[in-house]
Design a binder for this molecule. Structure first.
Ligand code: GAP
Length: 503
């Protein structure tokens, strides 16, 4: 597996991601997506939206504002408690996110530790500044929200925040959504959008940024309502690492959801269902399941709103790390907003014929940037025979679906036919037309950016009305009649037909 620095270099070189405002020296924790990156990012978001919103009858979407009334964040507890622990070097005044510093130096898990526990670890182990070896000051709390002013006149009331999670907009719009949709419990509300956190130590490229995107669902149930979907994932297997396994130094175990529930390792059928559904989304899009695991939060890691939380983790070159959190938020947020706004947040439950404030039993919350890294890592392959990188992205995610390539670039009849062919299919697929360089170089260029299929137009085309389709992963080639081309490409790209099964 390439290091995260090598992945960054590759992404920059091929136009996937650039450091933000690089011509002025950049800005730590901010990245821009380039021509290929924006396509991959959009495909990730579209695929997620299709699977978790459009294909389901029980989930609807919203798209809320980035800047919101400060009262939202007072009610949600973020103003008071959305913070990390910070330590500062007494000599060079470098500031560190304390849990990450402790993790780096001692190799233990320190996420969620409070300031006194961090101070004790620092004193007991004589942890010093990693830059100048100076002593460290007492740990302090640091709120991660970006504050701004709304309107021309700064007052206490004009203070607003850039949202640190998309989730709260789902809670503040909850009544509006339920009033206009015919949703019955259980149901979900989803959102994809930007979130902002003033991270103390942004690092590992897209993994920890200050501006990033989230894909979130708040899934609402009547308290104690059973999960009607759990049967559909019973036999689905996931590598499970419970809080108990972590505390008792046991290894994670591969198990079916049925087994995990029967052994009370996963206690809630909703959690089993959502863990499996989120895991399967990655696997269906080509991610190797051996690189994924479900890890339960230990008690001291839980966020202020959460009673239980499972993370989906990926085995990055810098360790197993969270890509998606699936938290049980109970009725914490709706009750908080009911209290602060003095608005009724209950819905009428047709089954019990009573009003109820629903519970969020599961909040699948996934970072787009972290998903981007997962798909890139799982796709990135060095092919020794081709002496080239081959990016084996699932065709549904690949930034370019089809490259149209005239075999020779100095034959006007070939160029004319190739251009016509390109024009006739580009309305259906994301295509590029490439005539510069040898055919070998053009194949290599497309392998490197993950283009699953190259269509090559040679002289036989002029006689037989057929072209060659080349498969990125095997380099195998098959001839297809021009009249069938659109249909064949559609079937290949959607996975209806495998390349090896093409006649
Ligand atoms: N609403 C719940 C919530 O925001 P979280 O665990 O803080 O929970 C959810 O964040 C997901 O958002 C993470 O699993 C990760 O994929 C992404 N994420 C969080 N902070 C991030 C950061 N600084 N940079 C990139 N992605 C981040």
């Amino acid at each position: 597996m390439v290091s995260i620095d090598e992945m960054f270099t590759f992404c920059k070189r091929k136009g996937f991601v650039f450091p933000n405002s690089e011509i002025y020296g950049g800005l730590a924790g901010f990245f821009d997506y380039g021509p290929l990156g924006v396509e991959l990012n959009n495909n990730i978001k579209q695929s997620w939206w299709k699977s978790f919103v459009q294909d389901r009858d029980d989930v609807v979407g919203i798209d809320g504002c980035i800047i919101t009334n400060q009262k939202v964040w007072e009610a949600s507890g973020h103003v008071e408690g959305f913070e990390d622990v910070l330590v500062e070097c007494k000599k060079c005044h470098e500031r560190f996110r304390a849990d990450l510093l402790v993790e780096d130096v001692l190799g233990i898990q320190a996420d969620g530790l409070k300031a006194p526990a961090i101070d004790k670890l620092i004193a007991d182990n004589d942890i010093r500044c990693t830059k100048c070896k100076g002593g460290l000051d007492k740990a302090s709390r640091f709120n991660l929200m970006f504050q701004t002013q709304v309107g021309p006149k700064p007052t206490n009331e004009s203070v607003a925040y850039l949202r640190p999670e998309t989730a709260q907009l789902i809670f503040t719009d909850f009544k509006a959504v339920t009033d206009v949709s015919r949703l019955k419990l259980p149901f979900g509300v989803a959102q994809v959008g930007k979130a902002f956190r003033n991270e103390i130590s942004p690092r590992n490229f897209l993994f920890r940024c200050r501006e990033f995107e989230q894909m979130e669902i708040e899934y609402f149930i009547r308290p104690k309502q059973a999960c009607p979907f759990v049967k559909s994932v019973e036999m689905y297997k996931v590598l499970v690492y419970s809080a108990d396994m972590q505390e008792n130094k046991k290894e994670p175990e591969q198990m079916s959801m049925k087994d995990a529930l029967a052994r009370k390792i996963i206690k809630n059928d909703w959690h089993a269902y959502w863990l499996a559904a989120c895991h399967k989304w990655f696997v269906d899009l080509g991610v190797n399941p051996e690189n994924l695991r479900a890890r339960q939060h230990k008690k001291d890691e839980l966020a202020h709103y959460s009673t239980d939380c499972w993370d989906l983790e990926y085995n990055f070159p810098f360790g197993w790390k969270e890509i998606e959190g699936i938290a049980d938020r109970s009725d914490f947020d709706l009750q908080q907003h009911a209290k602060h706004s003095k608005k009724d947040m209950s819905v009428f439950d047709e089954e019990t014929k009573q009003k109820v404030v629903p519970h969020v039993v599961a909040e699948p919350s996934l970072g787009v940037g972290r998903s981007f890294l997962v798909f890139m890592y799982d796709a990135y392959t060095y092919d020794k025979d081709r002496e080239n990188i081959v990016l084996k992205l699932n065709p549904r995610l690949a930034p370019v679906n089809v490259a149209v390539l005239p075999l020779l670039s100095n034959k006007p009849e070939l160029l004319k036919k190739s251009q016509e062919l390109y024009d006739s299919i580009k309305c259906c697929f994301k295509c590029v037309y490439d005539k510069s360089g040898s055919i070998g170089k053009r194949y290599a260029r497309n392998d490197e950016i993950g283009t699953p299929y190259c269509v090559t137009i040679d002289f036989d085309f002029l006689e037989n009305d057929d072209v060659t389709i080349r498969d990125r992963d095997t380099t195998d080639q098959k001839r297809v009649k021009i009249d069938d081309l659109r249909n064949v490409l559609f079937q290949l790209l959607t996975g209806i037909v495998k390349f090896k099964d093409l006649k």
